[in-house]
Design a protein around this ligand. Structure first.
Ligand code: MD3
Ligand code: FE
Length: 217
């Protein structure tokens, strides 16, 4: 299968790019929320600092992660799972700030997913050279709920694949404030992020932060 964005991209609104039937990029959708998001992000990382998880296969992930919400995603030699407790702090993950939830719900609604109620927000930190190899998000109970992704900081090249790992992936640049919503028939597509290029963002410096909101339980 090949993906040709010229065939699928809707040009009616240059802030809203349809990647596929149930996957859309909302350009700069998060911009009005950023001033309120950043102090919350700071508080979350004080309570549950970024860490490099180890995959069940024993590889240290180059992306650093933390979480907020009732459930957080974690990984170790025993497997991948959602957990109410941060294994590093031994306490519950920080609560999901209201402004996070409001952004996620507004973006989901804009993409046609009303009533999205995420219980988990994964927070990924990318530094130059960091990548995320092609994968599917399959650890959630309910594939009917969409996933909402918020990009902050320096740009990244996102890989938007198909339903088989070998399907050719389209490259989609994501910038500070961009939101991607994907659900329905596109919920289980393979996706990833190419190694981050060096750059500097006025608010976040030389890094990219990605928030992904999920309904895990
Ligand atoms: C999936 N994060 O945390 S989210 C992850 O930018 C993860 O940090 C990436 O994959 C990141 O599991 C990507 C953005 C995204 C956008 C469109 C998709 C993921 C998608 C379309 C289909 C499937
Ligand atoms: Fe993912």
């Amino acid at each position: 299968m090949t993906l040709d964005l010229f065939d699928t991209e809707e040009l009616s609104d240059n802030r809203q790019q349809q990647l596929a039937q149930d996957a859309v990029v909302l350009r700069a959708f998060a911009t009005p929320y950023v001033a309120q998001l950043l102090p919350q992000l700071e508080a979350i990382q004080q309570a549950s600092p970024f860490r490099h998880l180890v995959t069940p296969g024993g590889f240290r992930m180059s992306v650093a992660m933390t979480c907020c919400g009732a459930l957080g995603w974690t990984s170790d030699r025993r497997g991948y799972r959602y957990s109410a407790i941060d294994p590093d702090s031994g306490r519950r993950w920080p609560a999901m700030p209201d402004v996070f939830l409001q952004l996620a719900q507004a973006a989901a609604a804009q993409a046609g997913f009303d009533g999205f109620l995420p219980d988990a927000c994964l927070i990924n930190r990318y530094q130059p050279g960091t990548r995320l190899s092609l994968h599917q998000d399959k650890d959630e109970q309910d594939y009917d709920a969409p996933i909402v992704s918020v990009s902050l900081g320096i740009p990244a090249m996102f890989l938007f694949g198909g339903h088989e790992r070998s399907d050719k992936a389209a490259r989609v640049p994501l910038f500070h404030g961009d939101v991607v919503v994907w659900g329905g028939v596109d919920r289980l597509r393979y996706h990833g992020v190419l190694p981050l290029k060096e750059a500097e963002h006025p608010l976040l410096g030389g890094q990219r932060i990605n928030l992904t909101f999920r309904k895990a339980a």
